[in-house]
Design a protein around this ligand. Structure first.
Ligand SMILES: [Zn+2]
Length: 188
């Protein structure tokens, strides 16, 4: 009956000043760091990372910020790193996704990012985790996809909405509206 926190894509490129910086990203990093510095009570804390080598049409010189994006989180660049506020925290595991194609959900990731690495659902299941809290960046893309997959995998799922930042702030209500029918709790 364990509970895990999934910290989605709190990476340098997704925070202010990054290649695909989202307003509020630095605040998410700082607030998650504060949560983890206290008695958080989670049985496991994991992170996901966008981890791009050659993700094809996920990158574009003329991005639409819906399906195509400026290059970001390229493996080997500083922008791909976890935000410095969180690098001192020892995540129990990090799941890398999107090496050669777009991957929004952390459940598409594996330890090490290779196809034969262990995936998030199996990793959590092996540790007896039955419920997950999801936070991170971006509310309307990778947090949304990760939460939806968590519920589909059978985890009791809560989005810690106050610990997320969105690409399109006006879409957050729609994200909430799409996730709550899946049985996901939306915690402000
Ligand atoms: Zn990406």
């Amino acid at each position: 009956m364990g509970k895990a926190l999934i910290v989605v894509d709190v990476q340098v490129d997704f925070c202010e000043g990054g290649a695909l910086g989202v307003d509020g990203g630095n605040a998410v990093a700082s607030d998650v760091a504060s949560l983890l510095a206290g008695e958080h009570g989670y049985d496991a804390v994991v992170a996901t990372r966008d981890h791009h080598i050659d993700p094809g049409s996920h990158f574009s010189a003329t991005p639409d910020f819906v399906d195509t994006w400026p290059p970001h989180c390229v493996v080997g660049t500083p922008g791909q790193e976890i935000h410095p506020d969180l690098t001192g925290f020892g995540f129990d595991a990090v799941f890398d996704k999107g090496s050669y194609e777009a991957a929004y959900s952390g459940f598409e990731g594996t330890v090490g990012g290779s196809p034969d690495g262990e995936g998030l659902a199996r990793w959590l299941g092996r540790r007896g985790i039955t419920s997950v809290d999801v936070c991170g960046i971006a509310t309307d893309f990778c947090v949304k996809a990760t939460a939806a997959d968590a519920a589909a995998e059978g985890f009791d799922t809560t989005v810690l909405a106050g610990l997320t930042a969105a690409v399109h702030n006006d879409s957050v209500e729609n994200v909430e509206g799409s996730l709550t029918p899946l049985g996901i709790t939306w915690q402000r």
